[in-house]
Design a protein around this ligand. Structure first.
Ligand SMILES: NC(=O)c1ccc[n+]([C@@H]2O[C@H](COP(=O)([O-])OP(=O)(O)OC[C@H]3O[C@@H](n4cnc5c(N)ncnc54)[C@H](O)[C@@H]3O)[C@@H](O)[C@H]2O)c1
Length: 265
């Protein structure tokens, strides 16, 4: 896809951080944007910003972990705009802390948003793009952490490895239909992800915390910087969109995998 003018994009997690950054770049390129977020006020505020740039924007309160809420998002986007062309499947949460402290509630909280949510949104919009039969592009936000083990962010790492598997598989599945799929693998971006524990319900047994992330992202990119990088990835139908060069560390992991293959008889 090389033209964004008058195309419609849906961005989950669009009220904040990376999703907001992508939404701004899409709006500046002439796209209409549907901002889908569990934070309804934040989504409205993000849409006001996009409208002030001259874009058409629609806020839809969406919980990506709920099939009904995702179905409502699809319906709302289709009711407002004739077609959907771009889907940025981006909503996510983080919890970190020592591996031994991770609880089942931690695990379920992170995987429900980062993996169940990715699946629900991906399946719903892949079906819509197929039905429309006019191509399109899906960007799934994983992380550079999708390639790196992280005992201090266990559930998050598991969710992002899973997101990578989902996204790579979807790319192969949708290629014959002319629908592109990219996996966005950001390095540190200075967002509100370190506050995501506030989205947990109070009855959960918390072992980990999202606050520990701040030290890792506080010196990262401004989230508005990532938008143009994502648009470039969509234009090129890039399989992976990276923001930071972690090739040495990721290379060490792949080297150890290839070495292990060398022991196969
Ligand atoms: N910030 C980084 O350094 C970094 C690095 C790699 C990957 N990521 C990924 O980028 C994505 C965006 O995160 P961010 O850093 O911009 O954080 P952020 O907290 O600023 O934005 C995430 C948004 O997702 C929304 N959200 C959370 N749960 C939701 C749900 N159930 N339904 C709908 N919306 C929900 C939040 O309300 C928030 O607006 C996430 O998938 C994250 O894992 C972030």
């Amino acid at each position: 896809m090389d033209e964004f003018k008058a195309k419609t994009a849906v961005v989950t997690g669009g009220a904040s951080g990376i999703g907001r950054g992508i939404s701004h770049a899409l709006a500046e390129a002439g796209a209409h944007v549907v901002v889908a977020d569990v934070d309804a006020d934040g989504a409205e505020k993000a849409c006001d910003e996009l409208r002030s740039k001259g874009a058409r924007a629609l806020a839809v309160r969406t919980d990506v972990t709920s099939p009904e809420s995702v179905a409502n998002l699809v319906a709302a986007a289709c009711a407002e705009f004739d077609n959907v062309d771009i889907v940025c499947n981006n909503a996510g949460v983080y919890l970190g802390g020592p591996m031994r402290d991770v609880t089942l509630d931690d695990w379920r909280f992170v995987l429900s948003v980062n993996l169940d949510g990715l699946f629900l949104v991906g399946q719903a919009f892949a079906a819509l793009l197929r039905k429309q039969a006019r191509g399109g592009h899906i960007v799934n936000t994983a992380s550079v952490g999708a390639f790196l083990p992280a005992p201090t962010g266990l559930a998050y790492a598991a969710s992002k490895y899973g997101a990578l598997a989902y996204s790579e598989s979807l790319r192969i599945d949708l290629a014959p239909e002319g629908i592109g799929v990219s996996t966005l693998c950001p390095g540190p971006i200075r967002t509100n992800l370190s506050d995501s524990e506030k989205l947990r319900s109070e009855d959960q047994h918390a072992g980990g915390s999202s606050k520990v992330l701040w030290d890792m992202i506080s010196e990262g990119w401004d989230p508005l910087e990532i938008g143009p990088v994502v648009l470039e990835g969509i234009r090129n139908n890039a399989p992976y969109i990276f923001t930071h060069d972690f090739s040495e560390t990721v290379g060490e992991r792949f080297d150890s995998i290839m070495t292990a293959f060398g022991h196969v008889r």
